[in-house]
Write a protein that binds this ligand. Sequence first.
Ligand code: 13P
Length: 245
Amino acid sequence: MTNKYMYFIANWKMFGSLNSLKSLDKVIKFFKNFKKNTSNKIIYCPPSTLINPMFKKLKKTPIQVGAQNCHENQNYGAFTGSINTTMLKNAGAKYVIIGHSENRQDGETDKLINLKIKSALKAKLKVIFCIGETLIEKRNKKTNSIISKQIKAGLKNIKKKSNIFIAYEPVWAIGTGIVPKSDDLLKTIKFIKSKFKGKLPKVLYGGSVDPKNINNLKKINNIDGFLIGGASQSSKKFIDIVKKT
Ligand code: 13P
């Protein structure tokens, strides 16, 4: 890998309890002893209920905490059940995942994603902006046009993009154990970067990343890191992935 920093972002999705925070002890210990960790950035995105306890636990470590979603309104308001970006920041989050396909499938539109990204940037959160095509779109050779559309709409009227990371997560690779062919992935990441002028964004890959396939994935030299779902819930697997990269 030629990148200066590799990002490893754990997306716990709707898993984890206060008890699961104990499992981070292993990860903290590993990063204390792992000299190479200076070239890696580790971010944990637990469910909202665990953001603050996790932040407190990781405070004296280089590991940072992020959220998995946010409301589009940065101000406080009568939005029952929602959490805004100001609240996430206040709880200790430095990052927020926006546009995950699991939320897109639940009706989250490109327009809403755009508002959420704007709100997150205003609150000084870094954004992990997820894009990716479905299996049907891939079969119809629409990958590039879909991700172009998602980037264009999601980042509409956003000039300063330095705090935005792109996470390419093909929907068909999430939770399926299937990862894209190396050549295809290399081309898609290149295509994503070609959509930006000036300083290129960090582009991460997500979808079934695990200790078995990381040896192949790490060879794709334009990837800046990984967004890891299932495997990130096991400290052992997560450490393994980092170790091998
Ligand atoms: P899996 O690693 O479980 O496939 O999930 C990927 C993902 O959705 C990360 O955001």
